[in-house]
Design a protein around this ligand. Structure first.
Ligand SMILES: CC(C)(COP(=O)(O)OP(=O)(O)OC[C@H]1O[C@@H](n2cnc3c(N)ncnc32)[C@H](O)[C@@H]1OP(=O)(O)O)[C@@H](O)C(=O)NCCC(=O)NCCS
Length: 149
């Protein structure tokens, strides 16, 4: 089951940090964003955050699945749910970004219908103090993808 997390509930921070290592940035966009969680028997195993960025545009700024549950199609369910939610809310465009090293993410987002729009070079060098590694590649550039709803 996927449902909106209410403001009073505890934030699934360890899950959110899987997708974004900066707690400071996570807390910043959670203030303005909508957090949705996937639960199995009352335990949160997945999360995504939708954030309004520009007029008519919303972005999936975080999506993550608990490591034991990855590779079973749950990430795809979360991304599809985010797209449906954005469409129901009347947004015209949905965006998502991933690091240059995110091969699974790039495959997943394109399978869900996103197309690459631009590359924000050095994004991770500008916004994160510590170097980030993924799949043996340093994360430096942000690949931005979008979809018309
Ligand atoms: C990214 C993440 C959310 C994906 O969730 P998941 O549940 O593991 O993904 P899924 O099982 O839904 O698989 C997604 C798709 O990617 C595909 N995929 C996985 N590895 C792949 C590869 N190496 N090449 C091509 N496709 C690949 C899968 O086949 C699947 O597509 P399918 O359903 O058509 O078979 C999850 O791995 C995660 O939480 N990672 C850590 C946090 C993170 O990096 N978040 C994204 C920040 S940009």
């Amino acid at each position: 089951m996927i449902r909106r997390l209410s403001k009073e509930e505890t934030i699934p921070m360890s899950l959110l940090l899987l997708a974004d290592p900066s707690e400071r940035l996570v807390l910043q966009y959670l203030k303005r964003g909508q957090c949705y969680v996937m639960e199995e028997e009352g335990v949160i195993i997945g999360v995504y955050v939708l954030l309004a960025t520009r007029p008519d545009t919303v972005e999936i700024v975080n999506v993550a699945v608990e490591p034991d549950y990855q590779g079973k199609g749950l990430g795809k369910q979360l991304v599809i749910h985010a797209i449906d939610t954005a469409r129901q809310q009347g947004w015209h465009t949905i965006e998502i970004g991933t690091g240059n090293s995110g091969v699974v993410q790039l495959a997943l987002y394109q399978k869900c219908g996103f197309r690459i729009t631009s590359i924000d070079r050095d994004f991770f060098l500008r916004h994160y103090e510590e170097p980030i590694m993924e799949n043996g590649i340093q994360v430096v550039d942000m690949i931005r993808l979008s979809m018309d709803l």
